[in-house]
Design a protein around this ligand. Structure first.
Ligand SMILES: NC(=O)CC[C@H](N)C(=O)O
Length: 375
């Protein structure tokens, strides 16, 4: 007999299913991700901290899990909701099944529910607070009360919570496409990377561009970073509300002032916007998937991109020295901008993919060109 589990949303919806991870309880903001692959990268993306993820693709776990696909050293998603986990995982790289992995990391997860109905609720009402209870004696009233007690992500500063506590040097090179060998490209640039909850593939792709990367904690003052005399500074992705990260906004203001080459991804893009005096807003249900079309305004190309954000920079609030470089073709929202008087640019989606397509990987090259030109 499978262990019972239930999911309750703050709007009163209750779904009954069975446990496929740890037993116990979890609360968070429930979001849907439409990627068909990459469940392990999603679970280990620190940007999902305090979020319970439901995957719209119905069969999750088919290829098991392996050590190389983790995007950080922990599982950060607060919980997982899926339609169905196949009884057997099969892939030459698999070392463990998804349920065993979830149990080992203490992640509460539910399967056997109608994830299409759940996604329609989230699409109509927007992201909702939710609670999963998994165990032999779960009840809907308790789950509802716990879901309603979760305050939502507005105002929540999580970047400093998931960040490293001390600086370190990134050692890994970059995998070849088949993930059979590591390449260690020659180091051409000294880069300091702010860890707001970064994904490892970002550092691998920076390393591919010849970056020697020193990773620093989220609250590192800009003066300490500039004292390291880097060729460029990277602002990472990360969880929570960007407007709550006052330390990062202050540091980015100083880095912009210093005219050092700057590249921001996702939360890093939002922080750059805030440092320039723009405003961020909470989106209805955000962008979470691996097939989002984005337009590059420089050449008109449409790029298929990986996305994971629930906040966005309001383009109407950007100052005059900003040029919009990318927009979402789903809803017209801002996807990227560059400064006209500083060597700084950023992107809202995930050019490092993992999971997702590589269309917009050229941004890593753009950063190395910027550092080259600034010399
Ligand atoms: N992936 C990210 O960096 C997410 C940024 C921010 N936490 C958001 O939800 O919009």
């Amino acid at each position: 007999m499978p262990t019972p589990a239930l999911l309750a949303l703050e709007d009163g919806s209750v779904f009954h299913g069975h446990a496929v991870g740890a037993t116990g309880e979890t609360v968070g903001e429930v979001v849907f991700n439409t990627a068909m692959t990459g469940y392990q990268e999603i679970l280990t993306d620190p940007s999902y901290s305090r979020q319970i993820v439901t995957l719209t693709y119905p069969h999750i776990g088919n290829t098991g899990v392996n050590a190389e696909d983790a995007e950080s050293t922990a599982v950060h998603a607060a919980g997982l909701i899926v339609r169905d986990v196949p009884r057997r995982a099969s892939n030459w790289r698999s070392t463990e099944s998804l349920p065993d992995y979830l149990k080992r990391h203490g992640i509460v997860a539910i399967a056997g529910i109608d994830t299409r109905r759940l996604t329609r609720i989230l699409r109509d009402k927007g992201a909702l607070s939710g609670c999963i209870l998994a165990g032999d004696h779960v009840d809907a009233e308790t789950a509802l009360a716990k879901a309603r007690a979760f305050p939502g992500l507005n105002g929540m500063d999580l970047a400093k919570v998931v960040s490293v506590t001390a600086p370190y040097q990134w050692q890994e090179g970059v995998y070849d496409l088949d993930k059979t060998a590591f390449n260690q490209p020659a180091k051409r640039f000294k880069v300091v990377a702010y860890d707001f909850g970064t994904k490892h593939n970002i550092f691998r792709l920076l390393a591919e561009q010849g970056c020697d990367i020193t990773v620093v904690p989220a609250q590192t003052p800009a003066a300490d970073v500039l004292a390291m005399k880097p060729d460029g500074v990277f602002l990472s992705n990360g969880p929570g509300d960007p407007a709550a990260c006052d330390y990062a906004i202050e540091a980015t203001k100083a880095l912009l002032e210093a005219k050092i080459p700057l590249f921001g991804i996702c939360l890093g893009h939002q922080i750059m916007g805030l440092a320039l005096g723009a405003k961020t807003l909470k989106m209805k249900f955000g962008h979470h998937g691996a097939n989002h079309p984005v337009k590059d305004h420089d050449d008109g190309r449409v790029l298929i991109t990986s996305q994971n954000h629930g906040f966005a920079v309001d383009p109407a609030t950007l100052p005059a020295n900003v040029r919009v470089t990318h927009s979402s073709l789903f809803d017209g929202s801002l996807q990227g901008f560059a400064l006209t008087d500083r060597p700084a640019f950023c992107f809202q989606g995930h050019p490092e993919a993992s999971p997702g397509p590589h269309d917009i990987g050229y941004l890593f090259e753009r950063f190395s060109k910027l550092m080259q030109e600034a010399r």
